[in-house]
Design a protein around this ligand. Structure first.
Ligand SMILES: Cc1cc2nc3c(=O)[nH]c(=O)nc-3n(C[C@H](O)[C@H](O)[C@H](O)COP(=O)(O)OP(=O)(O)OC[C@H]3O[C@@H](n4cnc5c(N)ncnc54)[C@H](O)[C@@H]3O)c2cc1C
Length: 259
């Protein structure tokens, strides 16, 4: 079961997916096509059923959705089912035609000014949902493999039982340079700029590899970090062992370790 139906033009899929992810990160269950259309289901039937079950109908509003026939039909259906319609405006235009009729007098959320994330959070508030923060997941309750509730605990250890059909766990990562910020290194978007040929930063002798390091075309992958480690090791070797040759070897030609 879901609380929110997300209506959008396929051209705005990226924003629709971001809205969906943000709402679901706040514990608001969303229905979004094509993700939630089960294989074999008729598209139109699935959409109508999903709109009927949604309490809130979020419309990603842009010139594309304004001109979209299927968005207009979805808004009509939401209107007739009595769902709360929340238009999220991502383009500075006014609704026209049938949408003008259905959306007049609605409370609009504008997401034209960044950060989009903050604007999307207001969606959670407008949808009359309860944000249960700051809480940690403390337990799961259910039987026979079915979830009935999640137990959350606040920082003082007080617990609450929240009825639930499913749990979508997400986690966040905060990137903070900490003391590195004062090392006089060149940074790009909070990461250390390096020369990919050596992995050396703008300060000679200081090298960076992995997610903290950046250069044009950088991919934040474990694989990239490993390759950068080899590149950096080769560049560092003459500094640590001046005058000593570094023999490039493959693990496959070196034989089995200890063998
Ligand atoms: C959700 C998610 C899924 C991913 N999936 C994949 C995947 O499938 N395949 C893939 O190749 N890559 C994947 N990645 C990317 C991959 O995890 C990273 O590229 C990789 O972990 C980077 O390694 P790292 O050692 O550079 O940095 P990290 O793994 O971030 O390690 C840095 C460490 O330094 C610690 N640290 C930070 N500040 C300090 C400090 N001041 N003092 C001491 N310690 C500190 C941090 O706590 C952390 O443990 C994924 C990343 C995410 C977020």
């Amino acid at each position: 079961m879901h609380d929110v139906f997300i209506s959008y033009s396929t051209t705005d899929k990226q924003v629709a997916d971001a809205a969906c992810a943000t709402l679901e990160a706040h514990g608001v269950r969303c229905w979004i096509a094509p993700r939630d259309i089960l294989g074999g289901d008729d598209f139109a039937d699935a959409v109508v059923a999903a709109i009927s079950h949604a309490r809130v109908f979020v419309l990603i509003f842009s010139s594309h959705s304004n001109a979209s026939d299927h968005v207009r039909r979805e808004v009509q259906a939401a209107f007739h089912k009595g769902a709360v319609v929340v238009p999220l405006r991502i383009e500075d235009i006014e609704p026209s035609g049938a949408l003008e009729y259905y959306l007049s007098g609605r409370h609009w959320l504008d997401a034209m000014t960044p950060p989009l994330e903050a604007q999307l959070q207001r969606l959670a508030e407008a949808g009359s949902v309860e944000l249960v923060t700051p809480y940690q997941l403390a337990g799961l309750d259910g039987a026979a493999g079915r979830l009935d509730a999640v137990i959350v605990a606040d920082l003082a250890g007080n617990t609450r039982r929240l009825d639930a059909d499913c749990l979508l766990p997400f986690f966040g990562l905060a990137t903070n340079l900490g003391p590195l910020a004062d090392w006089g290194l060149a940074f790009d978007d909070n990461r250390v700029s390096i020369d990919p040929a050596t992995c050396m930063s703008s300060r000679p002798g200081i090298f960076a590899i992995g997610d903290i390091a950046t250069y044009p075309g950088k991919l934040k992958l474990i694989l990239s970090g490993f390759a950068e480690a080899a590149t950096a090791a080769h560049a560092i070797h003459p500094r640590v062992y001046p005058g000593t040759a570094l023999h490039f070897e493959y693990s496959t030609t070196k034989g089995i370790p200890g063998g």
